[in-house]
Write a new protein. Structure first.
Lengths: 514, 108
């Protein structure tokens, strides 16, 4: 996106803001105001792997700093503090209890499953689980927050100090991967708010509280990332982990995973610049775009002698840029206070397990730890070890839903070496699927059809070229087996010496005549 | 020590409260004075107590659907509704600045 072209659009963009602003970003531990001295012209930071190139004319380059705040909706039957159902797309206000609507006299009751989900996630992200965590109220006024406050964990969250490793392609070559780590500051349990539908024509907002009170895990990733690609890779890995654990289905399109990016730039050796918060990012792809746009915008602004405001901006996916979310409230003061209706949340482990307590009232961290499934990183290693494929291959296998399973099923059904099978699965099958926007589940070529085909190839009954031809036929989904197609189109490799000689002679003869 | 007009205005914005008259502001002052007595106690090295509940057991509920499906009842109290949605003003309407509204604080 040409920045200049978008620049005009975003200067006007605040009038057509992507949504109403919720109260602004919390005044966090302040980064200093970083205004670049006038007249510095520099190249943008490399978007690859954090290397900061020297700017033009040898002047100081920029170091972008990116952190993420990710809200993952907990996969549970009922809400965090009430017994109403959690479901996407239901008639408005049908999944709302009196507590969710904040009617007087109602009290929060903590859902065990939500706590377990947060513990699992904390363990998977190498966090320390706080055996005692606290609930707080965060106050602000908004129509979809009926109580006027959100119950969250501001002082002592359930998990802290973890890490997440993620991989990305080095220098945009799809051949080499590099692994990075981002620190997880904390994971906290909190309530989701309801949904506002803005009706600008009638100057009103329609409120649906179905989502109000649904359990969320807020995962805070420290500002260890430097560009859109890293942010996207980290968020994607978190998404895969959550889906593997089952603690969240993490489907961004359904709002089960919401990512906000905190972006700032500074010169090496100088204090951090003022950061902005970017919201309204609806996919992993847009996350990369939004972050990269914001980095560029800040660099240009500072190079032009301007300043960066500590504000919240919305990503406009159509224009490919960020626009200020202007709400005239100014800096928010959330007036945090302990939630008076909830005692501290106490978790146990094997050592501290109380003897005479009701099982149902006890959450044992060690018990949960023992039952964690293999995380994506472990699965990838196992695939590499077991099948002799490259890390890049296993990365792709896990990146597509159902592909790893498909690959393993083909391997089981064929004598062909996994190292050869992987080529067929990743290049031939996957590219077909991508071209037609199909998922693995929707593939007209099932694993046993492909295995059949590869067996023919392995037994040298057909050539590699013929095999590709058969695959193209199989793709039509006409229900024929590979063998049937081979016979129909006479693709078998000929082994009869005499027959081969006759054909060759015929070809030579024809050419002599020409 | 009197509470400054800036603080009063800030509080009115934050809590959407209208102090209304001198008595209201006096009540606030008295409440602050009352709470300030806490400063006289040396609490170095003492963990703060959150609430009198803090030694109680936090009850954990099973993840079953037991509530909801009462749209009609919920909407009964709504002044305005549109097809089972609650109707609210468009976004937050900020409290007008001190000079623009009719409030006791103006005169003080």
């Amino acid at each position: 996106v040409a920045l200049r072209g978008c620049g005009g659009a975003w200067r006007q963009g605040w009038q057509q803001s992507a949504g109403r602003a919720r109260p602004g970003p919390s005044p966090g531990p302040g980064p200093g105001p970083g205004v670049s001295p006038r007249g510095q012209r520099t190249a943008a930071c490399s978007a690859r792997g954090g290397a900061v190139p020297a700017g033009k004319s040898g002047l100081a380059p920029w170091v972008p700093v990116v952190g993420l705040e990710i809200h993952a909706q907990i996969s549970s039957n009922s809400k965090l503090f009430s017994g109403s159902q959690v479901q996407f797309a239901a008639p408005p206000n049908s999944l709302v209890s009196f507590f969710d609507a904040s009617l007087p006299g109602t009290l929060p009751v903590l859902n065990r499953r939500c706590v377990e989900a947060a513990v699992m996630t904390g363990l998977a992200l190498n966090c320390s689980i706080n055996k005692k965590s606290l609930f707080d109220r965060k106050h602000y006024f908004y129509a979809d927050l009926p109580a006027g406050y959100q119950i969250t964990q501001q002082r002592v969250p359930i998990a802290v100090n973890g890490s997440l490793s993620y991989s990305l392609y080095k220098d945009n070559k799809m051949s080499q991967m590099v692994t990075k780590t981002v620190r997880i500051k904390q994971i906290q349990l909190e309530q989701d708010s309801g949904k506002s539908l803005h009706d600008d024509t009638r100057s009103q907002t329609l409120v649906d509280l179905n989502r109000a009170g649904v359990g969320l895990m807020e995962v805070v990733m420290e500002h260890d990332m430097c560009c859109g690609e890293e942010a996207a890779a980290a968020a994607r890995e978190l998404q895969l982990i959550l889906q593997t654990l089952g603690s969240s289905q993490a489907v961004m399109a359904e709002g089960q995973l919401r990512v906000d990016a905190n972006v700032s730039v500074h010169h090496p050796g100088e204090p951090y610049g003022v950061r902005t918060e970017v919201k309204n990012i609806n996919s992993i792809r847009f996350l990369a775009k939004a972050v990269d746009y914001e980095i560029q915008r800040q660099i240009e602004e500072l190079e032009d002698g301007g300043t960066i405001l500590n504000e919240t901006r919305a990503f406009d996916s159509k224009l490919g840029c960020t626009v200020p979310m202007r709400d005239k409230e100014g800096k928010q003061d959330y007036r945090f206070m302990p939630e008076p209706n909830l005692p501290p949340l106490i978790l146990y482990d094997a050592k501290s397990l109380p003897a005479n307590m009701n099982h149902q009232q006890v959450i044992n961290i060690d018990w949960i730890h023992e039952r964690l499934p293999d995380l994506p990183s472990v699965k990838r290693e196992k695939l590499v070890e077991q099948y002799g494929i490259l890390p890049e291959h296993s990365f792709t296998l896990l990146n597509e839903e159902g592909l790893a399973e498909f690959f393993e099923n083909v391997v089981k059904q064929t004598r062909m070496k996994p190292k050869k099978v992987i080529g067929w699965v990743l290049q031939d099958l996957l590219s077909y699927l991508k071209q037609r926007s199909l998922t693995v589940k929707e593939s007209p070529v099932s694993y046993f059809l492909l295995a059949d085909l590869l067996n023919l190839l392995e037994k040298e009954e057909i050539s590699s070229t013929a095999a590709k031809h058969v695959l193209a036929e199989l793709w039509k989904g006409e229900g024929k087996t590979p063998l049937e197609i081979v016979k129909e189109q006479k693709l078998q490799l000929l082994e009869d010496q005499k027959e081969l000689e006759q054909i060759c002679q015929a070809v030579i003869d024809r050419h002599e005549n020409e | 020590q009197k509470v400054s007009r800036e603080v009063l205005e800030h509080l009115e914005h934050l809590a959407l409260v209208d102090f209304r008259d001198a008595e209201g502001v006096q009540r606030l002052q008295k409440a602050i004075q009352f709470a300030e007595q806490l400063q006289e106690v040396n609490t170095d090295g003492v963990e703060p107590m959150d609430s009198v509940l803090e030694d109680r057991c936090l009850y954990l509920r099973e993840d079953d659907v037991t509530e909801g499906n009462c749209t009609k009842e919920l909407l009964e109290n709504a002044r305005e509704k549109v097809e089972e949605y609650f109707v609210a003003p468009p976004g937050n309407i900020p409290l007008p600045k001190l000079g623009e509204r009719d409030t006791f604080l103006q005169g003080s």
